[in-house]
Structure formats: C-alpha cells, structure tokens
Design a protein around this ligand. Sequence first.
Ligand code: NA7
Length: 552
Amino acid sequence: MAQAGVAVVEEAAEVANVERHDVVVVGAGVSGIYQIKRLADLGVDAVLLEGDDDLGGTWYRNRYPGARFDSESYTYGYSFSKELLDEWHWKERFSAQPENLRYLNYVADKFELRRHMRFNSRVERMTWNEAERTWRVDLQGGGAYVARFVITSLGPLSMPTFPSYPGMDEFEGESFHTYWWPKESVALEGRRIGVIGTGATGIQVISEIADKVGQLTVFQRRPNWSTPLNNAAISDEEMAAIRARYDEIFANCAKSPGGFEHVPDRRGFWSLTAEERRQTWDELYDQPGFAILSANFLEIFFDEAANNEMSEYIADRIRRRVNDPVVAEKLIPKDHGFGMQRLPLETRYFEAYNRDNVKLVSLAETPIERFMPTGIQTTDAAYELDVIVYATGFDAITGGYDRIEIVGVDGQKLAEKWRDSPSTYLGVLSHGFPNLFMVAGPQSVSGSTNFPRAIETGVDWLTGLLQHVMNDDCTRVEAEPDAEEGWVGEVVSAHERMLFRRSKGWFTGYNSNVAGHQEGHVRYQAFFGGAPKYTKTIAGIAADGYRGIDLR
Ligand code: NA7
C-alpha cells in the first residue's frame, strides 16, 4: 500500500517535471534561431532547447584563431528582415567568428527570441508516443518536454571527431579540438604548437597562427586543394551599395546551384583554347571566396580531363607560392582533383610553409606511431609540443542525430535506420518518425550549398507545412515510404553524376574516426542537384497538397 503511494507521488512529480508545448525546436544555431523566429511570429507555442550555455551553434563553438565565413558575409546573413538588413554593417567581406556571434546575438535580442530558448538543455532521447501522437524529449541530467512536433536544427558540423592514436591520453600539455577552442584566449606566443588536420579548419588556423607561435608543426594526412579567400574590409560606402542591392543579391543566390552570387561559366570548357581557360582562371584566382569553384566551368565537376587540367593549374599556383619544391609537392593533392572535396579557402596558407618556424610533417610518409607525454612520435622523429590542436573534423551531417537516441514507431531507432546511409523525404522527414521535422537535415541542400540561404528555404517550407497541418487539425505527419525511396533515388543519382563521388572527404559521408564508417562506402548525406532544383521540387510538392506526406 505504502509502496503504491510512493509510486503515485513519483508519477505526479514526473508529470509536474514535464513541460508541454506544441513544438520543441532543438538547437539554437543559425537554423534554430530563424525557426523559432518564424514560430514566434505565428504565435505557435514553441520552445527552443540548446545544449550549450548560449546561442550561436557553430559560431558559438568554433573560437579558434582564423575562424571565419567562406561565404560572402552579406550572403550569409539572414534575409528575412529589411530592418535587420538596413541596420547591420558587415565589416569584412568574410566576417570572423567574434563578429558572427555578435550578429546572431543581435538578431536574437532584436526579435526578443531569447525568451523562447532554454540553454544547458542537451537532448539525450526523443521517444514517439503513437497513442498520444506526441514526442517525449528527455534532457541529459533530467528534465523532459512533451510536444506534438519536434523540429531538429542540429547543425551539419556539430559532432567533432578525434583520431585515436596510442598514448593520446598521456600527453601532458594542452590539447583541444578546434570546435572546443577555449573561450579564454590560449597563449601561443613562443610556444610549440602541433596541428593535426589540414581541412578547411586546419588551413584557417595554421594560416592565422603561423607568425604568432614559437614553432608550428603541421601533421598532414592528406593535402587539400585550397585557394585564396581574398578577404577585404567593407567600407561604409560599400556597405551602403550592398544594402541597396540586397534584393538582387538574394535573388542571384537563389538562382545559383551553390547559393552564391557567383555564376557558373557556361561558355563550354572545350569551346575555349587552353590559353583562354588559363586567363579565366587567372582572374578567378584573384576573386573573392568560392568564385574559383562556383564561377568556374561546370565541366570541372563532371569531366575528368577538364578537372585534371584545372587541378594542374592550381598545382602550379602552389608551386609558385612555396619556396621549397619538396614541401610544395607534399602540399599538392595527388589522390583527388580540384573541387572534389570541400574547398578550403586560405589567406597566405602556402606562404606559412616558407617560414623557418613552420614544419610540415607528411603522415603519408612518416605516420604517427604514438603520443608521448611531451609530444608526438612519428616513424621518423619525436616532436616536442606544448599544445596539440585537433583540427580533425566532424561526424558530418548525421552525427548530431546519432548522438541523440531517437526512437520512432514500434521502437525503431533513427541511428539504426540510418546505419548504412540516411534515408529521408526531401531532407525534412523520415518514414517511421512522424511529426519529426529536420531543418537542414541530411539529404537536403544545406550541406552542399551556402548554408543560411538553404536554411531559410528549409525553415520557410517547413513552417508552411506546420501551418497547414495545424490549421487542418492534423495530428500525425509522416513521409510515405515510396516517396522517401524516390527522394533517396534522386539524391543518389545526383551524387553519382559528380566526379567527387570517388573522393574521401565528408561530402561522401566518410570519416575514418567514426566507428562503423568504411572507406569506399558512400553515405548519401546531401542533395547535390543544386539549390534551384531543390527549391523548385519542394515548392511543387507543397503546391500539390504535400504530395508524399501522409497527413492524418
Ligand atoms: P575536415 O575537412 O573533415 O578535415 C579534417 C582534417 O583532419 C583532414 O585533413 C583529415 O585528413 C584530418 N584527419 C582526420 N582524422 C585524422 C587522423 N586520424 N589522423 C590525422 N589526420 C586526420 O574538417 P574541417 O573541420 O577542417 O572542416 C569541416 C568543415 O567545417 C568544412 O568543410 C567547412 O564547411 C567548415 P584526411 O584529409 O581525411 O586524410
């Protein structure tokens, strides 16, 4: 009897601890901030849960020196508010992390979005309740929410990964992943720093700290193609001109496959002479951002001979910038062509290797044997280090989903369903997980294009669907299996058309540091058919009464 009484009291306490809302949004990065804004404007009862102690996602976390946009700042910012566009002054063409975080805070404060946010609320488990048609969302360390709908805005690069070398725990100096670069500044001057990884992040951090540290040792597993960012300050006059052009800027981004202002060169690679192509590339090399990729000939992505010629052009550029020809060759990728992995953009990266205090260690030639308390031992030498920086990347796109236990219809787990490769309808829904909507989810265009542009498209579409559903008193929204299969088919065929399908970078979903990933096995993580096609497809589906979605 007494025991039954205790159980009732516990149940009552449990009920009291559970907050109920119509919508729970998970993640207060660029996507979550816009999503909660749209819901707040519509007066939807929604709450946004964030695992960190503040908002900003990527721009809250990645505080490493050199962290900045690779997209032109004014194409990265939100487009939804004319007032915001008129007020905000981007100071640099490619704005750096502190400014980007300040921007996101400005947006949240301006639109009074913080009141919908709960920080230090990391979601551990989400469980679908078929009888109630609700999701129960459990937090790490206790606390729970129940909601009719959950919208995940988890970020495509929010799950950092570490290598596993013998003795890593024994290192006695400071060490951290770039994603968790300490908030308080790290002393670099005069110290011996080792950086592992030469992806977009490693290249930014190496370029920035090379002239500030005592000794910099770069541990490179595979080199990456990289081209100049060509950053510059934005003056008041330039900003005024940008403001006057915002409508045109966003319209241009919407028209381009990558979501940038750059327009692909459609003259036809083979219709020009080699000299004319070279002249084009000379101009593109000096242009800002991804112009060299997005304003290039489309053939370089599909035609091996075209790609080879382009790669040889960039290889020459590297040779011209690096004094030591042996070092230059080590910095030139031999296993993949230009643009076949996510292109890192750099500022005097190659010149860093001309400095006496910078040493490149090619792990292909001399692999790491083990970590020592004082540094790293390769097959060739022992490198004494004060700090080890892991710029070793992310369990991209699906990693944020895998770390939450998401349990759908009949106890099916999302991580199980996606074990080999994700499967979604439009990157928004996944069959067996009703009422769970993903912003910038796997197999949307977000991972393959200018991120915020695709986010706004995704959030707007999803909010339209939610409005439709709520107005119709619909309580269950699920992707139909056939429709999902059809979309995955489109994702696969767009991927198969690209030359990069054979590359190893995170575009193909492979990360050597994630258990279960196998080299050569593609995880179809993003839709590479381009932003305009994606936008047209999802708009058509909405106009067709949300074809492929079972609304009950
Ligand atoms: P990336 O692009 O995945 O790069 C990770 C780097 O770390 C890359 O050079 C890897 O070499 C290297 N790496 C990974 N694991 C190891 C191990 N075990 N040993 C040695 N080196 C390793 O991540 P980033 O953070 O640079 O960029 C991610 C995205 O952030 C980027 O695309 C932008 O969108 C922003 P590998 O090339 O795999 O041989």
